[in-house]
Every structure is written in C-alpha cells, then in structure tokens.
Design a protein around this ligand. Structure first.
Ligand code: ADP
Length: 376
C-alpha cells in the first residue's frame, strides 16, 4: 500500500517521536521546521525548511500532504486561514486552535464553557499595577511561553514592577497564585467521528516552573479522576477536536481542580505512553489525523515514571556514558533527541522506567535516582 503523507508544523522532539511511528501506520511525515539539525529532520525523508509561523511554507507543505497537524502552536493562525479556505485539511482545525493560542483568551474560553480556572485578568498598563495588593501573584506572557519561560511567580510589588519594566510586553495575563497540593495532567484524543480516548491522569513535578518528572498514574481519588476525565471530554467535544490535547491542572488543598493550561498537541506529560502502553500519544495523534481506528490503550505495567533529561551546561557532548548508565537500570528506556547543542534547561531527552505494583510507592525515589545520575 502506498503511504499517505502527514504534514507536521514543527520539527522538534515531538515530531521526531511521531515520525518514528509513522511507517508502521503506512504514513509518511513531512515536517516544517526552521533548522536542518532539528530532531525530526533526521528521520523524515522530506522537509520544508521554514519557521513554524511561515504560512507560505505551509502552503508548500500542504501541496505534498493529505493532512496537516501540529507539534508546535506558535503559528500565524490568520495567515493559515486562507489555506483552510482553499481546502487544506488542518487537524485539529484552525477554529479549534483559535481560542487557545493566547493564554488570556484561553482562560476566557475555558471559563466560558464552564471549566474551572484560576482567577485571572489582563494587565495592559503600568497604572494597573497599583490595583494589585495581594501576593504572591502570577504574571504570564500571553503568547510564546514554554517550559516556564514567560511565567513569573512574584512575591511583592517590587518584583512585579521589575518584571513588568523588564519585559515591556503588555498586555500580560495576571492570575491568582494557586497553592496547589499536586500538579496533574491528562492526554485526551478525539477522532473525526467524535470518539474520545482519555489516557490516565498523571502527576507532574515542576522545579522553577519546568517539568522535571511525571508519575503515571497519579495517586488521586476516584472523584478527582472522574472530574478531570469530564473536563477533558467537555473540552475536546466543545472544540470538535481531531487530534490529541494535553491538559495541565492544579489540585487545590480543598481537592478542587483548576485547569492551568491546554497544549493542543502531544505533551511532555504523555511521553511515558511510548514505553508503558500499546498506543502512545504520538501514534494516537497520527491515528486521529489520518482517520485510522482508535482504541483505549492497553498498559504493559501498573505504572511508570518519566524523567526529563534537561541541559545543565553549554556543551556539544552527546552524554553517551551517562545515557549508558541510565539504560542499564532495570525496566528503563532512554530516549535521546539527538540535539547537537546542550544549553541550560534544554530538553535533550527523557527516560521512562516501568514500575511493578510493589514499586509504585517508590516512584519519586526512582525519579530522584535518575536525576542523581544525570545531574551528578
Ligand atoms: P508554560 O506554558 O511556560 O509551561 P505554565 O503556565 O504552565 O507555563 O506554568 C509553569 C509552571 O508554573 C506550572 O507548572 C506551575 O508549577 C507554575 N504556575 C503556573 N501558574 C501558576 C499559578 N497560577 N499558581 C501557582 N503556580 C503556577
């Protein structure tokens, strides 16, 4: 059978992990990405070398593909609209992405469909700072934030004024600081026929606003789990999503749930699915996009820990010796993204450890052990 082409906007590690699976589904990936050494370029035969917001390049990409999907949402939505009008099939659709690309608009949208979010408002002028009296408070850039860049937890007025003056990028999103007991996340997929698959809810651990590790499944009550599953279903149904979304959430001391953020694509919190179950988040995205059958994934083990391997220095090393040590641990799978440069905080790879029933309680200790080898 001849392969069908899926265009992917973005060529980082998410597209790379999708590309590895594509041939098994008789699909061929073509990525649009700016740099020749971006992770997905190595394993795709065809590439459109251009920025992810370059809609002219996306037209070229569309001419070679049946569908276009996303691994990066820093797109120029308005510029892509004319392509959709000419019949280019974006999955998820541009209408599904539209309310999500700006953090303030995303909060407003989630609230309008009845989903619980932290209290928030837009901050656009320096005089608005005078009205803020309660701290800590959280200030966020409305677009292009990732891995905590553009998110600031501020303890007092002096810090707030300093960040405001430094970034000069109003309007920004201002929101209440949530004293969460846990951060949770869930992946949810929906196909064109409206079938929805919700993956298990996981617990994520952030340090300095960057995800360090993920434990699957999260130790939460049945009530919390069901509420999160309902949030996931409501969201993808309301937006008529075709594809997969990641949802980040806060669990408060009162056991209420607040949605922090929606990623309209595969997500770091779903990486464990590559090794822990039969249909990974990457395969699920491709299946929904290419109208292949989708089913509830079957898990190989009762749980898993995923640890991000973040850059801790400027270097060109491939860290082979450390990767070998990690791979020697039992039930451990190392995924290395092949980036040519390491920088502070850059995601260079991840490690998944599959857990037996009796190891579930040691998930955090296992994550810390992996970190002690990596950051030693
Ligand atoms: P990014 O889009 O860059 O990942 P997020 O909005 O997800 O930024 O924030 C990154 C991290 O910052 C979150 O995982 C959480 O640890 C912390 N954080 C974000 N918003 C809040 C908030 N309102 N209250 C408390 N902590 C927050």
């Amino acid at each position: 059978m001849k392969s069908k082409q899926v265009g992917v906007i973005g060529g980082g590690q998410l597209a790379w992990m999708m590309a590895e699976i594509a041939p098994r589904l008789d699909l061929e990936l073509i990525v649009q990405t700016p740099k020749q050494d971006d992770p997905a370029v190595i394993c795709t035969k065809d590439v459109v070398l251009a920025g992810v917001d370059d809609a002219i390049a996306t037209k070229e990409l569309a001419s070679r593909c049946h569908w276009i999907t996303f691994e990066n949402e820093f797109i120029d939505l308005d510029a892509l609209r004319s392509l959709a009008q000419q019949g280019v099939c974006f999955r998820p659709s541009l209408d599904a992405l539209a309310p999500l690309l700006d953090k303030y608009e995303q909060r407003s949208y989630l609230s309008s469909i009845g989903l619980p979010v932290p209290q928030f408002r837009s901050l656009s002028e320096i005089k608005d700072l005078e009205t803020i009296t309660e701290f800590p408070i959280v200030l966020k850039a409305r677009r292009h934030g990732y891995d905590g860049q553009g998110t600031f937890i501020l303890q007092d007025k002096a810090e707030l004024t300093a960040i405001w003056n430094k970034f000069q990028c109003p309007p920004m999103l201002l929101e209440e600081f949530v004293p969460f007991t846990k951060e949770l996340a869930v992946m949810v997929a929906r196909n064109a026929a409206g079938k929805i698959i919700v993956y298990p809810v996981v617990e994520t651990h952030q340090k300095n606003q960057v995800c360090r590790w993920v434990i699957a499944p999260a130790a939460i009550s049945v009530k919390v789990k069901q509420e999160i599953e309902q949030i996931a279903r409501t969201l993808v149904d309301e937006l008529q999503v075709v594809g997969i979304f990641g949802i980040e959430l806060f669990l408060t001391p009162q056991e209420t749930i607040l949605v922090n953020e929606i990623a309209p694509r595969t997500h770091n919190s779903g990486h464990y699915t590559l090794d822990a179950c039969d249909i990974s988040q990457f395969e699920m995205q491709l299946r929904t996009v290419a109208d292949l059958e989708i089913a509830t994934p079957q898990f190989k083990t009762p749980g898993a820990v995923m640890v991000n391997l973040l850059g801790y220095e400027n270097s060109n090393s491939d860290y082979q010796a450390k990767r070998d040590r990690l791979a020697d641990l039992p039930q451990t799978f190392v995924h290395w993204y092949g980036k040519s440069e390491s920088r502070l905080g850059r995601k260079l790879g991840h490690v998944t450890v599959l857990l037996k029933e009796e190891e579930l309680a040691q998930a955090t200790a296992i994550a810390q052990k992996i970190e002690s080898i990596w950051y030693e």
